[in-house]
Design a protein around this ligand. Structure first.
Ligand code: HEC
Ligand code: HEC
Ligand code: HEC
Ligand code: HEC
Ligand code: HEC
Ligand code: HEC
Ligand code: HEC
Length: 312
């Protein structure tokens, strides 16, 4: 028995010296792609980087995988594309996400093989529906939040785009964009308003417990805020805030908002109007007061002068 184990261990050791087939292909892909530099223009008109940094790729979470685990239709030069290798599920998904893909929608769908549950959530989120149902490319899909699929690092690493230290910036790529805000009727200064909030100020100081965008909205299943399933809908908000503020009631949860000030959001709207009236009123009062005082001063001087003249 012991001998058998030893033999199989030796055999395994020998086998591991040879690269498995998928990795052999990766070496071929990288023979060109790690040496090539620069960008090429695709059929769709966007520019793509052809260089793959071999070291960064091997250090990434997918570094142990072959290129063709995702680029299923790619073989060695000259990039043959045998359709037969791709399952029906992945081809269908590839069609659905095609508005987002620049060069290889099959690779963009391939994440589903290993991250199926997450893919489903994203597809049903407001971001996924924007691409899959509305056929737009403004909504976020995997690579918008995680960056290049070749260099994804674990969330705990500072290099990850969804690390706590960078996630606000990642969401801000689109949620600071005025054009997107106008097109979808979203608030324009969402990130700014977050940064001005009590939470945002403490986030910038590095407080580990304050919420970032994803603590309130979720990450993969983000919904419109007034969808009852959204964690920030009126139905769910007391639970969401209550996770960190035990006993949060309806009045308390209304205190955080980054909605554009307007009709939909009457409390801050009238509060702001009120504040404007109050400020203007105060300034007017001060000016009036200064004016009266100046007048009194002038009158005093004139009188005093007249009195002095009288005495002489
Ligand atoms: C002989 C060199 C060579 C090899 C080997 C090679 N590529 Fe490429 N690849 C290129 C060149 C050149 C381009 C850019 C121009 C083009 O599209 O032909 C490119 C472009 C690409 C693109 C961008 C999409 C496209 O069609 O332009 C992808 C994705 C890609 N290669 C993946 C792979 C994968 C995966 C492998 C291994 C299975 C591989 N390549 C092997 C030379 C190579
Ligand atoms: C985890 C899945 C995955 C792996 C592994 C992977 N790719 Fe990609 N690759 C993608 C996706 C997704 C895209 C973007 C497709 C799109 O936008 O149409 C992409 C795009 C590309 C591009 C176009 C330029 C760019 O960066 O957008 C090249 C070239 C490329 N891959 C080559 C490779 C090579 C070579 C390997 C192996 C060393 C590899 N890929 C491994 C998923 C992967
Ligand atoms: C062949 C299986 C496979 C495919 C295909 C695949 N992944 Fe992964 N992915 C993994 C494994 C394994 C890990 C590392 C273990 C883990 O953390 O779940 C990982 C990790 C990740 C992580 C980081 C998790 C963390 O620790 O923070 C992200 C993000 C990710 N993958 C996104 C993608 C995207 C986007 C695609 C498609 C372009 C994709 N993956 C395709 C297997 C895969
Ligand atoms: C709107 C931004 C966004 C999009 C789109 C997105 N992710 Fe994520 N993803 C995140 C954030 C943020 C985290 C970190 C989890 C957290 O903080 O709760 C994460 C974590 C992960 C993880 C590791 C943790 C886990 O939950 O297992 C994987 C794997 C992953 N994402 C894969 C994907 C894949 C695959 C897609 C596309 C189908 C995708 N993500 C789309 C933002 C996004
Ligand atoms: C403390 C919880 C919390 C945090 C943190 C948070 N949000 Fe919100 N968000 C809300 C609530 C509650 C709403 C519901 C509408 C309102 O009152 O602003 C909302 C609404 C939104 C909306 C819709 C606005 C509209 O006008 O329809 C967007 C987009 C949004 N948030 C994005 C973000 C982004 C991006 C971040 C990070 C910079 C973020 N949120 C951080 C709680 C939060
Ligand atoms: C690639 C751009 C992009 C990125 C990155 C992005 N979003 Fe969005 N987001 C959008 C677009 C576009 C919409 C509106 C989609 C629609 O209505 O069809 C949207 C909608 C939303 C909504 C719903 C707003 C409402 O009406 O209530 C929330 C909440 C939201 N995003 C939060 C986030 C968070 C949190 C992140 C980061 C984890 C993020 N987004 C990253 C583009 C993006
Ligand atoms: C991830 C945890 C977390 C979530 C979720 C969260 N908060 Fe906070 N909040 C904090 C922390 C931590 C502080 C700072 C406490 C301190 O340092 O005094 C804070 C401070 C505040 C403050 C100012 C100080 C105070 O206690 O009165 C308000 C107001 C507030 N949060 C409202 C909300 C509302 C409303 C929601 C839901 C929309 C919410 N928070 C969601 C963690 C959270």
């Amino acid at each position: 028995m012991k001998k058998l184990l030893l033999c199989s261990a030796l055999l395994l050791g020998l086998l591991s010296l040879l690269p498995p087939p998928a990795l052999a292909e990766t070496f071929t892909c990288l023979a060109c792609h790690s040496a090539m530099k620069g960008k090429v223009r695709t059929d769709k008109g966007s520019f793509i980087e052809v260089n793959i940094d071999e070291q960064r790729f091997s250090k990434s979470v997918h570094g142990g995988m072959g290129c063709t685990a995702c680029h299923k239709t790619f073989k060695d030069n000259p990039h043959e594309r045998p359709q037969a290798d791709v399952s029906r599920k992945i081809s269908e998904l590839a069609n659905l996400v095609s508005p987002k893909a620049k060069v290889d929608s099959v690779a963009y769908a391939a994440c589903d093989d290993c991250h199926g549950e997450i893919y489903k959530k994203v597809s049903e989120s407001i971001h996924g529906k924007n691409v899959i149902e509305k056929r737009q490319h403004d909504g976020a899909l995997c690579l918008d939040c995680h960056g290049s699929p070749h260099y994804i690092m674990p969330q705990k690493s500072k290099e990850s785009m969804v690390n706590r230290s960078s996630v606000v910036k990642t969401c801000g790529e689109c949620h600071e964009n005025e054009e997107i805000a106008k097109k979808y009727n979203l608030g324009t200064q969402i990130v700014e308003k977050y940064e001005e909030s009590f939470h945002g100020k403490k986030y910038r100081l590095g407080h580990p417990g304050v919420p970032t965008c994803v603590s309130c909205h979720g990450a993969h299943d983000i919904r419109k805020w007034d969808d009852p399933a959204s964690p920030v809908s009126w139905e769910k908000r007391t639970i969401t805030c209550g996770k960190c503020h035990p006993g949060a009631n309806r009045r308390f949860v209304a205190s955080i908002t980054h909605k554009p000030v307007g009709k939909d959001n009457p409390i801050p709207y009238y509060a702001e109007k009120g504040l404007i009236v109050l400020t203007m009123g105060t300034i007017a009062f001060v000016i009036f007061h200064v004016f009266l005082e100046a007048l009194a001063d002038i009158r005093d001087r004139v009188f005093r002068k007249k009195k002095e003249e009288h005495h002489d």
